[in-house]
Design a protein. Structure first.
Length: 109
């Protein structure tokens, strides 16, 4: 996690990029301490690593899904749960049908 001192130490003016300092800015980039680019003393961009960006994107998606789940729980809190057997019967399938389906292999790149 970034501390206030780390964040302040990683603020760079956008003009540094046009003055040939981009390579030193990128060298200073670490996994958990992004670089904030400012123009006219206002933040205009944040530079971080691809790993940190992926982590933050996944965390954002998890938060959105959690909020959706909590909303659904609140809406349905007074309703009775439907037993799994009734759901299967509604689709005219049995537990044996489910057990007969081979496991799928999922490859991640």
């Amino acid at each position: 996690m970034s501390t206030a001192a780390n964040i302040i130490g990683n603020i760079v003016p956008v003009s540094d990029f046009s003055h040939g300092k981009a390579s030193s800015i990128f060298r200073g980039l670490t996994d958990r301490i992004p670089v904030t680019v400012v123009k006219n003393n206002r933040p205009v961009a944040v530079i971080t690593t691809p790993e940190e960006f992926a982590y933050l994107s996944e965390a954002e998606e998890s938060i959105v899904l959690l909020e959706l789940a909590l909303e659904r729980l609140a809406v349905n809190s007074d309703k009775e749960a439907v037993p799994f057997d009734e759901i299967l019967a509604g689709f005219n399938i049995s537990q044996a049908d489910i057990d007969a389906v081979p496991d799928a292999e999922i490859e991640f790149e």
